[in-house]
Design a protein around this ligand. Sequence first.
Ligand code: CP
Length: 306
Amino acid sequence: MKLSGKDLLGMKELTAEEIRYILYQAETMKYILTQNAKKTPHLQGKTMVTLFYENSTRTRMSFELASKYMSANSANITASGSSVKKGETLIDTAKTLDAMGTDIIVIRHQMSGAPHLIAKHVNASVINAGDGMNEHPTQALLDLFTMKEKLGTLEGLKVAILGDVAHSRVARSDIYALNKLGSTVTIAGPSTLLPKDIEQIGVTAYTNVEEAIEGADVVMCLRLQKERQQSGLLPSMREYSKFFGLNEKRLALAKKDALVMHPGPVNRGIELNTEVMNLPQSVVNEQVTNGVAVRMAVLNILAKRS
Ligand code: CP
């Protein structure tokens, strides 16, 4: 099986079958990660470039490790150290990488739709590593992989997503993907951080965290995106934490041993407290490990097409 397009731009564009295929391939990649010698020839001769216009630890590093584990040539560009600073456009930058024979461009950009735009202008496969407030598809894939690994299935799960949904590309990608694979999604956050039309994409929205968490199999806290907040959206961090932060009392409303997830980076004491983070059912670190496996799977699938 192959993906229908040359790129991975969003979960909105993928079918349920394509998502299942990536998750299935990621299982093999996870097995490779458990070996002492983490080296496979899957991407021998292929070149991956990460082009990041926004900061990242997990996504960029896991793509770099994934490509190295599979024997690809890889390089990294940050906007601050590139000719973007001299005024080169996004499209010209992407075409330049294409002209160098890059097979896969992994891009993170503050503008929604930036990966879609460059994908039209290059032969390389383009992977969206987060575009503005739109999507972060590989984060959703690693989230789904972690849920399936821990709970055995995605079918029939109730997933509660808490916090800054308005600015969260993670939330949007997770919602699209979970709906396609048979999970039910509830969201909760301050009304100023819940998009008015969010229920149209298949979630039930609450401004009361307790209602959203009730009976959940998974409770996912979103990062409060301080860099994207306009003034007036939140009264204060202290109040946010008091009314929307995940603590043990709130978690007790979910199913026993419900998974606690967070895409990272965590603002400790704001989205969730350290006690909850340290519970055995918290899988925040497993999400990071699974991020490498999922990105190996995505790179392998896209590289095979060329
Ligand atoms: N979850 C996530 O995208 O983390 P980074 O910003 O560190 O890549």
